[in-house]
Design a protein around this ligand. Sequence first.
Ligand code: GRF
Length: 197
Amino acid sequence: MNVAIFASHNGSDLQAVIDACRKGKLKARVCAVFSNNSDSRALLRAKEANIDSYHVSAKVYGNEYVMNNEILKLLDAHQTDIIFLAGYLKRFGHDIVKKYHNRVFNIHPSLLPKYGGQGMYGITVHQAVVKAQEKISGITIHRVNDEYDRGEIVAQTTVPVLPYDTAEILAARVLEREHEFIVEVIGKIVDGDIPIG
Ligand code: GRF
């Protein structure tokens, strides 16, 4: 299964998938990496792993319509089966979601529908969880549609919030679990347990 990954910054989830594929833990390969951020560590990680990578921004292509068309051509050229947004902070193109219906997934660091939606990303999510004195947080993987964090949930896992956690400590605990969980869930997609047809 060919997995295209979109990431805006660090790309540690991307790295977890690259490593799992390399070690044979996943019957999949990362076929291409896309980032809206030319300086992202995600693009560097892709280069280090010899994976084709692309800086895609409306500025580079002139406008979003042209950009999305180019992305579609690249996805096609890489025979993409599924698309994973792993820390991709741009709204994802409607035409791409339409063409890859049911095959675009996003990973979010909370138990959606709680702590999701526009502006809820990065440390903001964990700050809100700590402030609300939740005892449990977690990770959600959902299909992408045109609304932020609102597509069908395909998998969730919980992560404890411990007394005296700061948002930063909780963020690190959740991210560590993400690195396993994204691999587990892609494995379920590969095995057909999460349908993409
Ligand atoms: C993760 O917490 C993911 O859930 C969210 O963005 C973060 C990406 O982290 N969508 P990284 O860039 O993979 O390190």
